[in-house]
Design a protein around this ligand. Sequence first.
Ligand code: ZN
Ligand code: ZN
Length: 138
Amino acid sequence: MRPVDELCEALREQGLKVTPQRRLIFEALRDSPNHPSAEDVYHLVRDVMPDMSLATVYHTLDHLVTMGELVQLDLGEGKSRYDTYTNGHFHLVCQGCREVLDIAGDPDCADLMPTETSGYQIDRCEVVFYGHCPDCQA
Ligand SMILES: [Zn+2]
Ligand SMILES: [Zn+2]
């Protein structure tokens, strides 16, 4: 993720106001553990601004996804997570403790591309490994 000041500048360039709420959400994203959900971000910002609504958090995260500053992830949990690391990479998910690790991967997935994709322009590719970490196996 880019520094908070750069994100604020990018928001202004989109014609959006940089409110104290939005700035606080950016700071919470910067300080969050990797791959937070909207609720995780909400809990962080509520400590500082108790009147912040979950809807404000969702809207701000949506803007950042649209701007390409965040990647929205669906890891089959019934809620999205947000990735501040936007370069193509794979994920490893523990189904016990829900830890999500980044794995370096070919961002274009060129080696994985089945022949059926020929003729398609591929915009995105997601690779997720699900399992149980050593602690959760014990
Ligand atoms: Zn685990
Ligand atoms: Zn990631």
